[in-house]
Ligand binder design. Structure first.
Ligand SMILES: Cc1cc2nc3c(=O)[nH]c(=O)nc-3n(C[C@H](O)[C@H](O)[C@H](O)COP(=O)(O)O)c2cc1C
Length: 395
């Protein structure tokens, strides 16, 4: 079993310090041991007691506290860390790290650690754009420090511009990437499709299905965490974007086909987990259809089979399809694997408890073109995604 990860969260003296409380809470919910180190200025913004309660750990605020043990504390914290994150990072801490200054517990521990360091700056726009700050950021990037750049928006001081702490979702995702030690997809281009397509019958109505896009989202995350360069073509999904992934939003099957085909040649791996509609309206009404007659017939025509099209065009790409069935799962899965020239098919039954649309878990069986069958137990969609890439790499 993987050991429980330890993240040291450095909090410095900016107004965004309160947002770190939420971040620490999220890390705790993910079962990550979280140790908070606060600068003296940070304690002016948020009480150490808040962080202590959320992290269920002692919070370190001083360099020269009476030691609780004979460990040299900054060295032991530095060694314990799988990852160091500084959220929010002031101009001051960035300047200090970039210039080798170690004059308090946080700056000293960052200097002593061999763990990767992730920095999320937050400051007034003029401070962020100051060439000295920018030079310090460049220096740190050259040394291998990772940044989650500040966003644009309305700052606490009333100014509007760049400098706002990045979205916590993005910081959380950057932490997930940094904590993933397995980078076996580095240099690979991965294309993933997710979610439901929407086929309009008039400007306000459409035919769709209940796919939430969760499976595809997890597949894209797993590939990204393992180092791949990922593009996610997303139909109607419950998410808007994904940190570290190029997300292309589409609506209809024809739009999805266009976006997938235009990228297929450069891809190494394609995982098609979108629920693409098999049919679309032959004629889309230009105006809202009126409720005049008792019956309404909408004529449908077949959509292109995107997966089959890719199977025909395939050169060196590994092509993975999904199939969701309500009956004869194995038979249907093997037929699709063969007919569509796939390398692998991930089959799930809509009838099994804990599988399918919208749930966070899935029960799948993976069939490969080498006639290998792997039946997986009930698993999180994240774990299923990782098994898919393990199998892809075996192929
Ligand atoms: C109300 C207030 C808000 C501040 N917000 C920020 C900020 O968002 N970013 C920043 O770099 N400095 C900010 N500062 C200035 C820092 O607190 C100051 O540079 C301090 O020396 C930082 O110390 P530290 O890096 O050790 O935490 C703020 C100061 C005050 C009084």
């Amino acid at each position: 079993m993987e050991h429980k990860k330890t993240v040291v969260v450095g909090v410095t003296g900016g107004i965004a310090a309160y947002k770190s409380c939420e971040l620490v809470s999220r890390l705790i919910k993910k079962n990550i041991n979280t140790v908070v180190v606060m600068t003296k200025s940070a304690t002016e913004f948020v009480s150490p007691l808040t962080f202590m309660t959320i992290s269920k750990n002692k919070v370190i605020t001083k360099m020269f506290d009476t030691p609780a043990s004979f460990d040299v504390e900054h060295i032991s914290v530095a060694k314990q860390a799988d990852l160091f994150v500084i959220v929010p990072a002031t101009a001051n801490i960035i300047g200090k790290i970039a210039n080798g200054i170690a004059d308090d517990f946080l700056s000293t521990t960052v200097m002593a650690t061999k763990a990767p360091v992730l920095i999320a700056p937050a400051m007034n726009t003029n401070m962020w754009q100051n060439p000295i700050v920018q030079k310090n950021v460049s220096t740190l990037k050259e040394y291998g420090y990772t940044f989650v750049n500040p966003a644009k928006g309305r700052l606490a001081c009333g100014d509007v511009g760049e400098g706002k702490l990045a979205d916590l979702d993005d910081i959380e995702q950057a932490i997930e990437i940094a904590l993933c030690n397995n980078k076996d997809l580095l240099g690979k281009k991965v294309l993933v499709t997710a979610g439901a397509t929407m086929e309009h019958i008039d400007p306000v109505r459409y035919i769709t299905n209940p796919s939430s896009g969760k499976m595809g989202l997890c597949v894209a995350k797993a590939a990204r965490n393992r180092g791949a360069d990922v593009t996610l073509i997303a139909g109607n999904t419950e998410f808007k974007d994904l940190y570290g992934v190029e997300v292309v939003k589409v609506s209809s099957a024809l739009e999805m086909e266009k976006e997938v085909l235009s990228r297929f040649k450069e891809c190494d791996i394609v995982v098609k987990s979108a629920a693409v509609g098999d049919y679309r309206a032959k004629n889309v009404a230009q105006n809202k259809i009126k409720k005049t007659s008792d019956e309404l017939n909408v004529e449908l025509v077949k959509n292109p089979d995107i997966l089959k099209g890719l199977g025909n065009k395939k050169e060196n790409q590994i092509l993975v399809g999904f199939c969701m069935e309500t009956e004869n799962l194995e038979q249907n899965a093997l037929k699709k694997l063969e007919d569509k020239n796939l390398d692998m098919i991930v089959a799930n039954s809509l009838m099994a408890e804990g599988a399918g649309f919208k749930s966070d878990t899935n029960i799948v069986t993976i069939y490969t073109k080498n006639k290998e069958k792997t039946q997986l137990p009930l698993m999180s969609k994240e774990d299923v995604s990782n098994v898919i890439f393990d199998k892809v790499l075996e192929l």
